[in-house]
Ligand binder design. Structure first.
Ligand code: DGL
Length: 275
């Protein structure tokens, strides 16, 4: 059998499936492996060291599986582990020509196209928000934009536990949005800077004034990956193109299958990975 060289797509759990969906729709020709580290999710409240350790373990696993390119479809991992992996870990690996990409830079590069008032709200996990990554990246790209951040620490646990449609969830969804809008009423654009949040996008919209645009990252990251592969033919030519998809979870595979389709938009058959 010929070896496959898939694109790896990683998240702490289910959220990255919202990005993978856009990537697979836009670039269906490639082979893919998705890994959700559900067994250790959520990452959002964990330390830099822990998020780096977990993310690196998963990246090394993708490399062993033959992936020359891994997309961290997780803002928390992108904020807390990507730079260390790119600058300190990758150069010492067996094949330093492999690549790991994140979701923050590509999102920051286009966010200026959405806002007129130049006031953007950023919703994310505590880890993403406290890292200040969006403030830094957006101000590099668009110095005229004011970024208003809001950590929503309860949202990912609610979503990972399948409780996001409960009445209790509504209370916490509204709570963080009210806090954001009260501190920055000039906001006209709210960025979902956590790949889990698109699953509650309708609820988020329903608690925000109608004039506010709510931006999810999936299509932005898929466009950016397409452009990356156009610019990097040395990477593009390494990737195999048989349109296959494999799904792995570090938690229970049946449980993953039951929840994943809501994020991915089609049925998912996963395998358990002991990491
Ligand atoms: N989907 C991840 C993100 O984008 C989630 C976080 C978590 O595990 O807390 O930040």
């Amino acid at each position: 059998m010929q070896a496959t060289h898939p694109i790896g797509v990683f998240d702490s759990g289910y959220g990255g499936l919202t990005v993978f969906k856009s990537i697979a729709d836009k670039l269906p020709q490639y082979d893919y492996i998705y890994l959700g580290d559900n067994g250790r999710a959520p990452y959002g409240n964990r330390s830099f060291e822990t998020v780096h350790e977990y993310t690196l373990e998963c990246v090394e696993w993708f490399f062993k599986m033959g992936c020359p390119l891994v997309v961290l479809a997780c803002n928390t991992a992108s904020a807390k582990a990507l730079r260390t992996i790119q600058q300190q870990d990758l150069p010492h690996m067996e094949d330093p020509s492999k690549r790991v990409l994140g979701v923050i830079r590509p999102t920051a590069e286009v966010i200026g196209n959405y806002t007129k008032t130049r006031h953007v709200g950023v919703l994310g996990t505590k880890g993403t928000i406290n890292s200040g990554s969006y403030e830094i990246e957006i101000s590099n790209q668009f110095p005229d934009i004011e970024v208003h951040q809001q950590a929503c620490p309860i949202w990912v646990p609610l979503i990972e536990n399948g409780e996001h449609n409960s009445e209790g969830a509504d209370f916490f969804i509204k709570k963080y949005l009210d806090e954001l809008i009260t501190k920055a009423p000039q906001i006209d654009t709210v960025l979902l800077a956590c790949t889990h949040y698109p699953i509650i996008i309708d609820k988020i919209k329903s608690h925000l004034p109608e004039n506010i645009k709510v931006v999810a990252q999936g299509d932005i990251v898929a466009d950016s990956l397409e452009h990356y592969l156009q610019r990097h033919s040395e990477m593009e030519s390494r990737l195999t193109k048989n349109s296959t998809m494999q799904f792995f979870t570090t938690d229970d595979a049946n449980d993953f299958n039951a929840h994943a389709s809501a994020f991915f938009g089609r049925p998912v058959q996963s395998n358990h990975l002991a990491i």
